[in-house]
Ligand binder design. Structure first.
Ligand SMILES: NC(=O)c1ccc[n+]([C@@H]2O[C@H](COP(=O)([O-])OP(=O)(O)OC[C@H]3O[C@@H](n4cnc5c(N)ncnc54)[C@H](O)[C@@H]3O)[C@@H](O)[C@H]2O)c1
Length: 111
């Protein structure tokens, strides 16, 4: 079984990565915006440090995986409201603040 955890160095995502690391091949996609790489310390996972705003990277990351857990988010409500119209610079590319629909679309197309 192969599992992709998007936002996998964050609070919840890293626990999911830890849970599956002894049961499956785990791949993590996270740009370290608010998560910490140390959360994966000692775990046998493939780590891709990049943003989900980059569709090409998301397409590659979903290749060959059986399950996808999507936890990447701008968790602060205040920050998300303040920047909802603004285009933000993110690691890897310049996109709108909510890339989740595009990520889900890619996952669905991949099947
Ligand atoms: N923590 C809670 O108690 C709680 C409760 C209910 C719901 N949630 C929801 O669960 C989700 C995850 O919460 P969390 O507490 O683990 O947050 P978190 O901030 O610890 O984790 C989010 C992760 O997403 C990553 N990330 C952000 N933008 C990214 C991007 N563009 N590309 C790739 N990675 C990106 C961050 O680096 C971080 O590692 C959020 O949607 C949150 O609203 C959390």
């Amino acid at each position: 079984m192969r599992v992709l955890v998007i936002g996998g160095v964050g609070f919840i995502g890293s626990h999911i990565a830890e849970h599956f690391s002894s049961r499956a091949q785990v791949r993590v996609l996270d740009n370290l915006r608010s998560g910490f790489h140390e959360n994966l310390a000692g775990l046998d996972v493939d780590f891709i440090e990049w943003s989900i705003t980059d569709r090409d990277v998301v397409r590659k990351a979903v290749q060959g995986v059986d399950y996808i857990f999507h936890l990447a988010a701008m968790v602060s409500v205040l920050e998300s409201i303040e920047s909802r119209i603004t285009l933000v610079r993110n690691r890897g590319s310049r996109m709108q603040t909510n890339p989740t629909p595009g990520t889900i679309e890619i996952a669905i197309v991949r099947g």
